[in-house]
Design a protein around this ligand. Structure first.
Ligand code: SF4
Length: 285
């Protein structure tokens, strides 16, 4: 059976990237009955406007409903929004930082968990779905050429979330890698309007995500210093109000702060030559 065939109630977690959209297209092409499919996009508020437009365009061109969700610090825990009402200045992300009183970092990536995974599960539970008795299938866009992420997901033990969902990686199961995704988009009449390097979208997911290689983050700031404003402000505010001044007030303690990167960009000092591999997370591509 094709790895893209639905086996029952299925949630496709759409990151707003090319890989995720490729997976969606394959699912649409391999199933006549799509009544069991829910496509969910969790917006952190720090996605590039081009990503938001791409999500909208995929839904419209492919005639598939995509539900947009955002974290809220209230009893319900989430809001359903759309391209017109969604946050575009990091509001959900900032709300979870204020609640936690420290910043996410490569070890404690609570942004992924609280802004994406948990609100998806809360939304599903609000629909009476994703129970322990009847877990849903959760499609995630991890490719065959991301073996470490594949192994990590496969080895993941039971968590409160995974008891209610079975993680499925149809791209990995189908052997689809970055080449298949690139070839697919080269033949499409529309695309995500963000540039790529080696198949990775530079400004995909949260624009200056701390998991991106330093040279990538710096080059975005160097091209437009104001892009660092929000990130620098979170470090500044958390430093002054957080429980964990110091390490908890930096997204990365092993790097210059976002403000320092902005200051370096100001004097056009190209100090950042670290070539690193981006760390993967649930946020996907
Ligand atoms: S893209 Fe980065 S900053 Fe955004 S939610 Fe994912 S891990 Fe956090």
């Amino acid at each position: 059976m094709s790895p893209y065939r639905l086996r029952g109630k299925t949630v496709l977690s759409f990151s707003g990237g090319r890989t995720s959209a490729y997976m969606l297209r394959q699912v649409l092409d391999h199933n006549e009955d799509l009544s069991d499919l829910l496509v969910l996009f969790a917006n952190t508020g720090k996605e590039h406007p081009a990503t938001l437009e791409f999500v909208r365009e995929c839904a419209e061109r492919w005639a598939v409903p995509i539900t947009w969700l955002e974290y809220r610090d209230d009893e319900k825990g989430f809001a359903v929004v759309d391209v017109d009402t969604c946050s575009r200045d990091g509001e959900p992300f900032e709300a979870i930082i204020r609640k936690r009183k420290y910043l996410p970092n490569p070890v404690t990536r609570f942004c992924t968990i609280d802004l994406k995974i948990r609100i998806i599960h809360k939304y599903l539970r609000s629909l009476g779905l994703s129970t322990e008795e009847e877990p849903v299938d959760m499609l995630t866009g991890i490719r065959a050429d991301e073996p470490r992420r594949v192994v990590k997901i496969r080895n993941r033990g039971s968590t409160s979330e995974s008891k209610h969902a079975t993680m499925i990686m149809p791209l990995a199961d189908a052997g689809a890698g970055v080449q298949e995704v690139t070839d697919f988009w080269a033949a499409q009449p529309f695309d995500l309007m963000l540039s790529t390097v080696n198949g990775r979208t530079l400004e995909g997911n949260c624009d200056l995500c701390f998991l991106k290689p330093l040279n990538q983050v710096y080059s975005i700031i160097a091209s437009d210093r104001s892009r660092g404003d929000w990130w620098a402000m979170q470090e500044r505010v958390t430093q002054s109000t957080g429980q964990f001044a110091g390490d908890g007030a930096r997204f990365r303690k092993d790097r210059p702060s976002y403000q320092q990167m902005m200051d370096y960009a100001e004097i056009q000092f190209d100090l950042f030559t670290e070539i690193g591999e981006a760390m993967g997370c649930f946020c996907g591509d």
